[in-house]
Design a protein around this ligand. Structure first.
Ligand SMILES: *Cc1c(COP(=O)(O)O)cnc(C)c1O
Length: 362
């Protein structure tokens, strides 16, 4: 049991409400939940436990994440969305994980190990319709599908693509991606190839492109309460700590490494045991605020590996062990606000919260 002051609290009821809201938006299509990156920092195995009765499929990035899910008892289909090495194929087959395939190079190995484990291995072809990352190019898809069909233990279960700009206000690029993907699916159909799962959209696409829903949607950030405009969908994670030292910094005295903040007057400060090793990014130094007792208090000086210093409103109150909200779903202090201060995106803020921070589910 970790009694340390710094912890993450996850609101389970709100999480399940977010999932149900997403399912409503996509008219009850099957929902694949992205749980890569330790479930966007929310804790992989617990999030899966609380999601498993609502979502149909889980998606991870790596074979290792997939094995962790199987070891925790998950029986749902599990997509491995990022490309893996050839040497990972035996484990992929042993743990019944489903790869997204961008090239024909590993088909023989997939066949060999599926036969070895006596399974039919479902495969999803990934199409690069404009992302320029993983995926076979559009003109390679027919040949790749035909090659897969030559292997008795491989089943072409799905075809998918990924959006590069679905959160952009200009919708032309995403519409182009959707149209190109639709054309490819139609071409396959004309050749008698009809993979049952056709999927393209992430959270941004779910919000803005109903034509991108196809037969399955893949949601990540929206399930955790971000990047959506629906008021029933809300952030579920609160990153909290407590004040462990209170003192007065005299006028002219610096704070933290490099003395980047100097007291203009005698100043009451609190020391909080959270730092960049917990995922409270160093780029927030002298920029972020935290909420203490309902008040916004500035982070002063450089953020250290394990501690930060904040300015407190007064010395009269006994601040020791007072709760501190680093970010959550309060008073505009969300992970999005923090992402702006740190000049990054909410995904990075959430996934940066390290394993050292205990997650509490309430
Ligand atoms: C992470 C990921 C998603 C989910 O994206 P969100 O923007 O978090 O909804 C969907 N598809 C792929 C391929 C991904 O890697």
């Amino acid at each position: 049991m970790d009694l340390r002051a710094t912890r993450v609290e996850i609101n389970i009821a709100q999480f399940q409400q977010n999932l149900l809201a997403l399912k409503n938006i996509v008219q009850q299509r099957p929902l694949c939940l992205a749980v890569k990156g330790n479930a966007y920092g929310h804790g992989l195995t617990s999030i899966v436990e609380y999601a498993k009765d609502i979502v149909d499929i889980f998606a991870v990035a790596t074979v290792g994440e997939g094995i962790k899910l199987r070891d925790s008892g998950v029986t749902h289909p599990i997509f491995v969305m990022s490309a893996h090495l050839e040497c990972e194929i035996p484990l992929l087959c042993q743990y019944r994980l489903i790869p997204f395939v961008s090239h024909p190079n590993f088909l023989q190995q997939y066949q060999y190990w599926s036969e070895y484990y006596k399974i039919i291995l479902p495969i999803h072809i990934k199409v690069d319709t404009g992302m320029g990352r993983a995926g076979a190019m559009p003109n390679e898809i027919l040949s790749l599908s035909q090659q897969i069909s030559l292997y008795p233990n491989l089943l072409l279960e799905g075809i998918c693509t990924h959006f590069a700009m679905a959160d952009d206000i200009d919708d032309s690029f995403t519409n182009q991606q959707i149209n190109l993907f639709q054309e490819i699916v139609t071409t396959l159909q004309q050749h008698g190839i009809t993979p049952p799962l056709v999927h393209a959209t992430n959270t941004a696409g779910i919000m803005h492109y109903p034509s991108s829903y196809f037969t399955l949607v893949r949601a990540g950030i929206g399930a955790y309460g971000y990047n959506t405009s629906y008021k029933e969908i809300q952030p579920i994670l609160s990153f909290k700590s407590k004040i462990t030292i209170v003192k007065i910094i005299p006028k002219g005295h610096g704070v933290s490494y490099g003395g980047s903040w100097v007291a203009k007057k005698d100043t009451t400060v609190g020391v909080i045991p959270v730092g960049y090793a917990d995922g409270y990014m160093r780029s927030l130094s002298n920029k972020a605020n935290v909420i203490i007792d309902g008040m916004l208090c500035p982070v002063i000086g450089k953020i250290c590996m394990d501690q930060i210093v904040v300015e407190l409103p007064n010395f009269e109150k006994n601040w020791l062990e007072t709760d501190v909200l680093l970010f959550g779903n309060q008073q505009g202090l969300t992970a999005s606000t923090v992402a702006e201060w740190a000049d990054t995106i909410v995904y990075e803020v959430l996934t940066s919260i390290s394993e050292r921070v205990p997650r509490i589910y309430i």
